[in-house]
Design a binder for this molecule. Structure first.
Ligand code: ACO
Length: 368
């Protein structure tokens, strides 16, 4: 029989589509493990060291944190040399569309190893895009600096405070990899056709862009602004849920308990609090949202996800709201590149099937 496919999972909810040595996302326990290390134990690692962990035995050198830092610094400078000429083409685009365009400009013929190039290019492009939108010229990378430090310097045009560098580094590590999320799956599918790593990570970015994935943290701040003050919290959330809206920063396809990344980032926000009231207000919104979600969806555990506290971290670092997805991409580029390298080693085309439910030739359907 043609197309005899009886079981179907429209969102591939419980489908296991790959075997990986990179990352375990345990949704029942709320646990995230990267190559044998719990997320909480990686929070003090440099982003470069986490890249070394992920790339180890998948790519030739560099694989140690120090060598990766040098290779990224050199590659940031290579990328910067042609960035300025590309920027005018981004003027009518949103920041994430602009990043999509600039990443697409990287050629398969580039000499720099493509996983290094992709990771190095993202902060150079993201900083240049944000500055251009503010009417400022892009700033040259400093190859001697770490990835998080140099990005903040290129963005703000001054030496960042050490606690800001630590916070951004911790954020990049926290979002570095997360199993077969939509963007990583997209990247692996593209890679499986042998299209090349650079094309695969552009596809990853395209998937990240959506509000159900990496586009949520900007809207989290929009939500906090719309709520306004403590008195507005309960009625605003009640009205949003009554309208069938989704509360940004809550819910997850895999986690049935609290997203472990949320707590790591909540700790990071605490280090940046500066005596401000934002975190206190956000915690009050979180508590009310969780209470109302539990009442409205008693059978579907909906907890805080990574994007809620991401929004507060990035806001405290002075990053423009419309650039948040690009900052997510700087971190997730680690996971995309590692998964693509792993997929390339596997060498198996990803090609699932669909169940045909359309008409067959010669079989009439009655017009209603
Ligand atoms: N607010 C209100 N209701 C929600 C939310 C939410 N944030 N999330 C899920 N629900 C509801 C759905 O409306 C649905 O209700 P229904 O059964 O009455 O239709 C039910 O819970 C189940 O939702 P699903 O769509 O099956 O959940 P899914 O696993 O597909 O969604 C997702 C996961 C996309 C993250 C969802 O929770 C959501 O839209 N959250 C808000 C956006 C967000 O925070 N995105 C960032 C995710 S983290 C990341 O990607 C890095």
């Amino acid at each position: 029989m043609i197309n005899d496919l009886t079981s179907i999972e429209p969102g591939l909810d419980n489908v296991v589509a790959a075997e990986t040595r990179l990352c375990l996302v345990d949704g029942a326990a709320g646990r995230l493990v990267l190559r044998g290390h719990d997320l909480a134990d990686l929070a003090d690692w440099s982003f470069e060291a986490v890249l070394g962990l992920l790339w180890e035995d998948l790519a030739p050198a560099p694989t140690t944190g120090g060598d990766i830092r040098k290779a990224l610094g050199a590659a940031r400078r290579t990328v910067f040399a042609r960035t300025e000429a590309l920027l005018p083409a981004t003027d009518t685009l949103s920041p994430v569309e602009a990043l999509r365009l600039l990443l697409s400009s990287l050629a398969d013929a580039e000499d720099t190893p493509h996983h290094v190039l992709a990771v190095a290019a993202t902060p150079v492009f993201a900083a240049a895009i944000a500055r251009r939108r503010a009417g400022k010229a892009p700033l040259e990378p400093d190859a001697s600096l770490g990835h998080a430090h140099d990005f903040l310097r290129m963005l703000h045009g001054k030496t960042p405070a050490p606690d800001h560098v630590r916070a951004l580094n911790a954020y990049l590590v926290t979002v570095a990899d997360h199993g077969l999320n939509a963007s990583t799956f997209a990247a692996r599918v593209i890679s499986s056709t042998q299209a090349g790593l650079l094309s695969a990570v552009v596809g990853g970015l395209c998937a990240l862009k959506g509000p159900l994935h990496g586009g949520a943290p900007g809207p989290v701040l929009d939500m906090l602004d719309a709520i306004g003050d403590e008195a507005g919290i309960r009625p605003w959330i009640e009205a949003a849920l009554a309208n069938g809206e989704r509360l940004m920063g809550f819910g997850h396809r895999i986690y049935r308990v609290r997203d472990p990344r949320a707590d790591v980032l909540k700790g990071v926000v605490g280090t940046l609090r500066d005596g401000g009231t934002r975190i206190v207000f956000a915690e009050a919104v979180e508590a009310e949202a969780l209470a109302q979600l539990a009442r409205k969806k008693p059978l579907r555990p909906l907890e805080t996800n990574v994007e809620f506290f991401t929004a507060l971290v990035l806001e405290a670092l002075g990053i423009p709201r419309d650039s948040f997805t690009n900052i997510f991409a700087i971190g997730r580029m680690a996971g995309w590149t590692a998964h693509v390298l792993e997929q390339e080693k596997l060498g198996r085309l990803i090609r699932p099937q669909s169940r045909y439910v359309g008409p067959m030739p010669g079989v009439q359907t009655l017009a209603v």
